[in-house]
Design a protein around this ligand. Structure first.
Ligand code: C2E
Ligand code: CA
Ligand code: CA
Length: 968
């Protein structure tokens, strides 16, 4: 809502009077007046808003604009001379100035100056105080006595002081200032209580407490300049004919936004508010967004506007619902409500309804709505309307016959009727229309705004209640000019949600275009994601199926491909070859791991070159490769083996500085040949080929074909695996103890725990038969903890009985070291049985150290947790010396293989053993020898300083019962 419109209406009223007069005068005036261009000297008295200079010194304001417009018709140029009002008048009289504006009329002046034929505006004499001054009521002049008032020298308004004295018998104390600015400063500083000035100035931080009189203002010139004033008058005629609202526009431009401009309440008004705290307001049918009930409170533009007004003057609002505008007016007359908030601002209508109508605060336009689908040609158009609403009386009834009007309860229902084709057309206010049209794209605006039905919205109160009428007027005037437009904005922005739908409908082409672009973008993004996904899948596939070192497939891929080829191979004899490099560890040791890797790559590459056409090639682990293909005869198999031996038998090692060497590679071949049937399983073939390869290592030809004996062995392994869990649960595993002796005095210094399996079904089994299988499938971990628990039970019992105990060593397989909670589990068990540290020893086989890189940290943790550690089978493998040098162990256990030959016969062996004993002693390690069977061996060991022994010579592994007896 623009305040412009309201102001225009108000100022239009007095301007129209002037224009009517002008029309009579200008009959003979004819075309534009063009006097010769002259430089007019204009007195420029400074009055904020009326006439002032901007920061850069250029003139602006009501008076300046007025003269500028005049110049368009006269061709004048101006020179503005800054001076006080008084000085301006003097200079004009002396002929030093040609024009001065804003002069009010009086007979005295008329003697000295020539007046313009028409006024240039209307000035009210106003009395203003500081906005926080609540001492004075509006126009309560009789009580203004003693007020200290500021005046501006030479102002016609100053005579108001006399008027007040004459009319109300009040005398005011006056202080004269030479400029408006000075006077304003004095008011702000509290030097004076009030100012008496012209309303043609900007009221900033002032409150209006009185309007004394009004007078027109004119432009004046020196006496005798009649011609000049005639020219001026003609220009005024032309100007007002071109724009009758010119003065109102100027007022609007410079003075309407009087921020903080407030009108004080009169004493009577203030009393009214005190007595009637609450005003009852009629709200008729639900017309979102004007007013509506959201289930809890009343809302809407009118409700918010009323709220702002009520707050301004300190009133409360109570709503009374009525069925129509008509009913609202009836309620007002009956005295059941005090206010009708949405009255059609029209003086005729005001009179007809016997109400007092405030100045309008909102503006209402109506919009014609018809269905978007073409209307059927009908004789008569059916219009949907709300009964008793202002629009009916004002517009619809004038334009449509009674028969063609159908009544609905609300504007919403009217629109609904058009949508359902029950009516052809309806009229809805612009705010509601925005809301409803936004929701429905089948409706359209027809003929847009109905201009002859537009009107202002005012507050109506009963004719008998002029006080409330004045209060409401002030409540509207005193609003910040932004208030009402802000309220309208608040409700309009809420419709944006729905107008998206409408936007789409109205801008179909653009929307389709944007939609298509978005669609393309989405496709591109999806394609990119898919590409990334495939890349990732490929990566995963490679991780899962590819051997990174050689680029060959791994065992998983091998199994996959093989099962896919099964159909193709069905009915033919296939062979699976598992091969590895004999003494690969030696190559690694001699040339280093990097060269070891090169050898593996070379072998892999060559195998792939030679056999990928024939069948499937894969690398299983380290130096172990698989080949699978059709091989119907033994000759064919021999050719394959021969090819490999010959073509991949030598690797040329290129070292630094041009050094090169041929490394001979020999392979172990484990082969399984079988007719491929539906039941052939690739896993089974692999197991068989692996078994054959392991046994091939022990043959001179290094080639072994899987046979019945191996088949039996495999079967047995399977039985072991199938039965191990139940055997553990059924207590079929037993601990045997083999004592360790001090050879010098035959004293038992410890024992080794060794497992035995006494199977109900398969009889007594030695560890060699099942331990390797358990080490493969991981069951060894459970078994070892079981053994440990049995040992602790035995020790605990003996400790409790106060019997003799010795340290018992328990074998730990390499599998343990890969367990995350290994040490926690060990500690928990030790804790459970409260076994002293010195009674426990862990035997770690040498192979552990060869296998696991990170062995050192585990060993250190074990030491930190106070476990005695011994290196088992020392000397059976390789790298042993390196190991003991780096890893802190307590005991070195010389492997029984050292004693296999008669040590006393071999000088070399003796020397080696002697050195090992010395080394262990140097490193502060205990040393013991296992597998001592003969007295000669015992003698020899003692002679080189190894006094501890474990072996059949002293005792065989024995059941717990026997061991207990032995210990005593
Ligand atoms: P090991 O740790 O080297 O155990 C010593 C093996 O040498 C035992 O064989 C023992 O009976 C045997 N032995 C002892 N004195 C002599 C002797 O004078 N002459 C000969 N020829 N042999 C002797 P056993 O009990 O058959 O165990 C074989 C292997 O099984 C053990 O070798 C060990 O590596 C493993 N083992 C046994 N029990 C367990 C166990 O509870 N856990 C784990 N992880 N491995 C075990
Ligand atoms: Ca052992
Ligand atoms: Ca051993």
């Amino acid at each position: 809502m623009k305040t412009t419109k309201i102001k225009r209406i108000i100022y239009g009223i007095f301007t129209v009077t002037a224009v009517t007069a002008l029309l009579g005068l200008s009959k003979n005036a004819g075309g534009t007046v063009h006097a010769a261009p002259e430089k007019m000297r204009v007195g420029f008295q400074h009055i904020a808003g009326y006439q002032e200079r901007t920061e850069d010194g250029s003139p602006r304001g009501y008076g300046y604009d007025y003269l500028s417009e005049i110049a368009k018709y006269t061709g004048w140029k101006y020179e503005f001379v800054d001076a006080s009002w008084d000085a301006c008048l003097t200079m004009l009289a002396n002929g030093e100035l040609d024009l001065v504006t804003c002069a009010s009329f009086n007979e005295e002046r008329r003697e000295i100056y020539e007046y313009s034929p028409y006024q240039m505006g209307l000035s009210h004499t106003i009395l203003t105080v500081r906005p926080d001054n609540d001492q004075y009521f509006y126009n309560d002049f009789q009580n203004f006595g003693g007020m200290k008032v500021g005046l501006i020298k030479g102002n016609a308004e100053n005579s108001a002081v006399d008027t007040l004295y004459e009319e109300y018998n009040v005398s005011l104390e006056t202080v004269m200032y030479s400029t408006e600015a000075e006077a304003k400063r004095a008011l702000a500083a509290g030097d004076v209580d009030a100012l008496i000035t012209s309303s043609l100035r900007l009221l900033e931080n002032e409150k209006l407490v009185g309007a004394i009189d009004s007078r027109p203002i004119y432009t004046i010139t020196g006496k005798g300049n009649t011609e000049l004033m005639q020219t001026f008058g003609k220009a005024q005629e032309q100007m007002l004919l071109a724009n009758p609202y010119f003065e109102a526009d100027l007022y609007q431009k410079y003075l309407a936004n009087n921020i903080g401009y407030k009108v004080a309440l009169s004493r009577e008004e203030a009393d009214y508010i005190k007595e009637n705290k609450t005003i009852r307001v009629a709200v008729s049918s639900d017309t979102e967004p004007l007013y509506y009930f959201d289930g809890q409170t009343y809302k809407g533009m009118i409700v918010d506007s009323l709220q702002a007004m009520a707050e301004e003057v300190g009133l409360e609002v109570e709503y009374v619902v009525t069925a129509s505008d008509k009913e609202s007016i009836e309620a007002l007359k009956a005295g059941t409500v005090d206010v009708v908030p949405d009255f059609y601002a029209d003086y005729v209508y005001e009179e007809q309804n016997h109400v007092l109508m405030s100045k309008p605060y909102l503006e209402m336009q109506y919009i014609e709505i018809s269905s978007k689908t073409a209307l059927p040609k009908k004789e008569e158009t059916i219009v949907a309307a709300c009964p008793g609403c202002f629009l009916n009386d004002l517009y619809i009834k004038k334009h449509y016959s009674d028969e063609s009007i159908i009544y609905y309860q609300s504007e919403k229902e009217c629109v609904e009727a058009v949508r359902n084709k029950k009516a052809d057309v309806t009229f809805v206010n612009q705010y509601t229309a925005r809301l409803l049209l936004g929701e429905d794209r089948n409706l359209r605006l027809n003929g847009n705004i109905i201009y002859d039905a537009g009107h202002g919205i005012a507050i109506a109160v009963s004719e008998d209640n002029p006080t409330l009428y004045r209060i409401m007027n002030k409540a509207i005037t005193n609003q910040n000019p932004e208030t009402f437009s802000q309220i309208v904005d608040n409700y309009s922005s809420g419709t944006e949600k729905v107008s998206l739908q409408r936007y789409v409908y109205d801008n179909l082409f653009q929307v389709v275009l944007i939609g298509f672009a978005v669609f393309c973008l989405i496709i591109i993004v999806l394609l990119y994601i898919e590409w990334q996904r495939r890349k990732y899948e490929k990566h995963l596939y490679e991780l899962a199926y590819k051997d990174t070192l050689t680029g060959l497939g791994n065992v998983k891929q091998f199994e996959d491909l093989a099962s896919k080829r099964w159909l193709e191979y069905r009915g033919q004899t296939v062979c699976l070859i598992s091969m590895d490099i004999s003494h690969f560890t030696t190559i690694n040791e001699t040339y280093g791991r990097a060269v070891g890797d090169q050898v593996i790559c070379y072998a892999g590459q060559m195998l792939s070159d030679l056999f990928s056409k024939w069948g499937i090639v894969a690398r299983n682990e380290v130096d172990n490769f698989f080949l699978l293909g059709v091989c119907d005869s033994e000759e064919r198999l021999n050719v394959i083996i021969k090819d490999i031996k010959e073509k991949i038998g030598t690797f040329r090692y290129e070292g630094d500085n041009g050094f090169s060497e041929d490394i001979n590679i020999t392979y172990n071949f484990g082969i399984v040949r079988e007719k491929c049937t539906g039941s052939t399983s690739i896993k089974k073939l692999i197991d068989r080929a692996q078994m054959a390869r392991k046994s091939a290592k022990k043959t001179s030809s290094h080639v072994r074909i899987f046979n019945d004996e191996m088949e039996k062995q495999l079967l047995r392994e399977k039985i072991i695996e199938d039965n191990m869990e139940s055997a553990l649960a059924n207590g079929e595993f037993a601990v045997y103890y083999q004592p360790k002796y001090c050879m010098t005095d035959n004293r038992i210094i410890g024992a080794e725990a060794l497992v035995r399996w006494n199977s109900k079904e398969y009889g007594f089994m030695r560890p060699d038969e099942f331990i390797p299988i358990f080490e493969n499938n991981g069951f060894i971990v459970e078994l070892d903890f079981y053994i440990m628990e049995k040992v602790y039970e035995m020790l605990r019992l003996r400790l409790d009985q106060g019997k003799k105990t010795v340290r018992v060593s328990i074998n730990q397989s390499r599998m343990h070291f890969a367990q995350k909670n290994y040490i926690e589990r060990l500690n928990a068990l030790r804790e459970k049985y409260q076994i002293p540290d010195e009674l426990i020893e862990l035997e770690l086989t040498e192979s552990i150290f060869a296998d696991i890189h990170d062995i050192r940290t585990v060993v250190e943790q074990l030491k930190e947790n106070r476990y005695y550690l011994s290196m088992d089978d020392f000397g059976s493998g390789y790298s042993s010396l390196n190991m003991i040098k780096e890893i802190p162990l307590d005991t070195l256990k010389i492997d029984k293989s050292f004693l296999e030959d008669d040590v006393t016969d071999s000088d070399r062996y003796q020397k080696v053993v002697k050195k090992v004993v010395e080394l262990a002693k140097d490193l502060n390690m205990e040393i013991i020898c296992e597998g001592v069977e003969k007295p000669t061996q015992a003698e020899f060991l003692q002679s080189v300083g190894c006094i501890y022994a474990q072996g059949f010579l002293y005792a065989r592994p024995m059941p717990e019962k026997d061991f207990s007896k032995l210990l005593g």
